[in-house]
Write a protein that binds this ligand. Structure first.
Ligand code: SAM
Length: 327
């Protein structure tokens, strides 16, 4: 009866559901967004805890089952079920999101939520364990990656609960974790495209020094191209983008991160980096400019795997001050 392709794994442990509800900090006045309510085990307790629940479910059979379950009960007037793909629909207003989602949409969903306005209070979401650990990873942790840095720029994330595979029917192949995502208010004043451009380059080889990353031929030629284009147009990207523009960049980000955000450099061959040779005098001027910025901030010998949010912010502002841009 369950569709594997839709990630249908139903929560069967009532104590676990109680624990999720309790840790969510739902207020009686809250409008709750639930994604993928399935047969409604979580939905029922959300309805008891909050003011109303808007549940978005892809599978029409599940939508019917859910409506049948609450029909004629006092809870039904506070439940709105919408049939559709959460990634394709316009999100309604909500105060808090609580969901046991299909894992294949983790990344795009996270950034769709973070790009929604007005910003919600928090989201409490069940993810595949590894995705959850990437979200909360800190500098120096093995799983610290572009997903960690970008999410933590926009939100505070905490690991709430470890959940074993045997809490679901049918059981998935992987363990899970519940994570709390709380959008930062106000959002930090960075141009998000610039930010992600820098972070992408840094994490392409996260265990190499920034000095060697920024000596790579493809990196230097990309940056020089941006530099020349902006000079020709006599433009500089704004220091921070306005909120609408930021939201658009954030929502697009999920698609570039992939489901499991395997953006670490595992398996990449260190020998395939081509460093810019100094034969071309002009190219070498630009290279010196870039390396000068790294030296100025003391970043040459540092590695992305150890850089904090504040480090990335500082590095970006030094680059931008030197007229070097990432978008
Ligand atoms: N919340 C239920 C529970 O905890 O028992 C079911 C969770 S199950 C992991 C995920 C649910 O999301 C399924 O009911 C599936 O049909 C639904 N779903 C899958 N893809 C979806 C999408 N893109 N948009 C909305 N719902 C989706």
């Amino acid at each position: 009866p369950f569709h594997k392709s839709k990630g249908q794994h139903i929560l069967k442990n009532p104590l676990l559901i109680d624990s999720i509800i309790q840790k969510s900090g739902i207020k009686p006045t809250d409008v709750i967004l639930e994604i993928g309510p399935g047969t409604g085990n979580l939905t029922k307790k959300l309805l008891e805890a909050g003011k109303s629940v808007i549940a978005v479910e892809l599978d029409p059979r599940m939508v019917l089952e859910l409506q049948r379950r609450f029909q004629g009960t006092p809870l039904s007037s506070r439940l709105k079920v919408m049939q559709g793909d959460i990634l394709k629909c316009d999100l309604p207003y909500f105060d808090i999101c609580v969901a046991n989602i299909p894992y294949q949409i983790s990344s795009p969903l996270t950034f769709k939520l973070l790009s929604h306005r007005p910003l919600f209070r928090c989201a409490v979401i069940m993810f595949q364990r590894e995705f959850a650990m990437r979200l909360v990873a800190q500098p120096g942790d093995t799983l610290y990656c572009r997903l960690s840095v970008n999410t933590q720029l926009l939100a505070r994330v905490n690991h709430l609960l470890k959940v074993g595979w045997n809490n679901f029917r049918p059981p998935p192949k992987v363990d899970s974790s519940v994570v709390r995502i709380e959008p930062r208010k106000p959002l930090p004043p960075v141009n998000f495209k610039e930010w992600d451009g820098l972070v992408r380059i840094c994490f392409n080889r996260k265990n190499k020094t920034l000095g060697s990353i920024f000596r790579q031929k493809n990196v230097l030629s990309l940056l020089e191209k941006n530099f020349k284009t902006l000079q020709a147009l006599q433009l500089t990207p704004e220091g921070s983008s306005d909120d609408t523009e930021m939201a658009m960049c954030v929502s697009a980000l999920g698609d570039t991160l992939g489901d499991l955000s395997m953006d670490t450099d595992v398996g990449k061959d260190d020998d395939d980096d081509i460093e810019m040779d100094d034969g071309d005098a002009k190219a070498s001027d630009f290279k010196n400019k870039v390396l000068g910025v790294l030296k100025l901030g003391g970043f040459e010998e540092k590695r992305s795997s150890k850089l904090t949010q504040a480090d990335f912010m500082h590095l970006l502002s030094l680059f931008n001050k030197a007229g070097i841009h990432f978008s």
